[in-house]
Design a protein around this ligand. Structure first.
Ligand code: 3PG
Length: 306
């Protein structure tokens, strides 16, 4: 079978070598379409593929039209909002993700941004510490759990809200469970977002929630831009001079932030939460193994479409 890795944002070279080894050990061929410049190049590359590994790359109905032999697509990562799941099902393509594989990298990036911000962008002026501060984790999945462990290492007081977990599931990790989003936001100076982008969460982080945050509020977004109500975000910047926003996902309102609120936000150059060699190896190799196993045994354990 021909397994195509199509990534606009390439994996580390070491990850590609390991993905290749997994594929070739089972007699498959690995083909690369990394750093592609547009849909035309991508569509040409998928034409002969039986399996596809992507990252945040969009898997649309028209891409699937261009890949008549495709049987499986694996998003090497957690969030699969970039896959058109209905189109995958219509085209008889199995869609999977690799949950948990890149979570530590994302959690570490959240703290990189928090420390950089707390120390005034390493400018030399006096900053603040994380120790003793309140940390609120919005959604307690794989990334949220890594964030909790690191936050406790820094001596922070850690709380979490997750609508899909019982209080005991959170408390057993030594984290204070909150029963509502509002309780979390109103009790934590730092809020770190780890919720997926879907119809329920879209624009759910709004002014009502943000304005409940205490003095010195810091919102950390290594999740998705879609979960933020950007009108509410801008209102927060305008009305709360103490508020800052640290984001690994570029907001649509970036230009306004740059014009009006310089020094109060961080936006990474390119979404880079999962951009470590370790995360690339973990997620890429997991994707390759899932594909190999699917062809060999029909295993659909990580399937996300119906
Ligand atoms: C994920 O959902 O796994 C992360 O957002 C990482 O995305 P990336 O593979 O595009 O870096």
């Amino acid at each position: 079978m021909k397994i195509l890795v199509a990534t606009e944002k390439p994996f580390a070279a070491a990850a590609i070598e390991m993905i290749r080894a997994v594929a070739e050990a089972e007699g498959h061929t690995l083909v690369l379409c990394e750093n592609y410049k547009g849909t035309e190049e991508l569509h040409a590359a998928v034409a002969g593929a039986d399996a596809l590994i992507v990252r945040s790359d969009l898997v649309t109905s028209s891409l699937l039209d261009a890949a008549p032999g495709l049987r499986i697509v694996v998003r090497a990562g957690a969030g699969y909002d970039n896959l058109d799941l209905e189109a995958c099902s219509r085209h008889n393509v199995v869609a999977m993700n690799t949950p948990g594989q890149n979570s530590n990298a994302v959690a570490e990036l959240a703290f990189s941004m928090m420390l950089y911000n707390a120390r005034g962008g390493f400018s030399g002026k006096s900053g603040t510490e994380l120790r003793g501060k309140t940390m609120g984790i919005h959604a307690f999945g794989n990334v949220g759990r890594y964030v909790a462990v690191i936050a406790k290492g820094f001596g922070m007081e850690v709380s979490a809200f997750d609508p899909f977990l019982k209080a005991g599931d959170i408390a057993e990790n030594g984290v204070r469970p909150c029963t509502t989003e509002r309780e979390l936001y109103s009790s934590c100076q730092y809020i770190s977002l780890h919720l997926p982008a879907n119809d329920k969460t879209r624009k759910s982080v709004n002014f009502d929630l943000l304005s409940a945050m205490p003095e010195g509020a810091v919102l950390v977004n290594t999740a998705r831009k879609e979960v933020i109500d950007e009108d509410g975000l801008l209102k927060m910047f305008e009305l709360r001079k103490d508020f800052s926003y640290l984001s690994d996902v570029e907001p649509d309102c970036k230009q306004i932030l740059e014009e009006k609120y310089r020094g109060r936000f961080i936006i990474t150059a390119k979404k880079m939460g999962a951009q470590t060699e370790e995360a690339n190896i973990n997620a890429g190799v997991a994707a390759a193994k899932q594909i190999v196993d699917f062809f060999k045994t029909g295993n659909e354990k990580y399937r996300v479409n119906k």
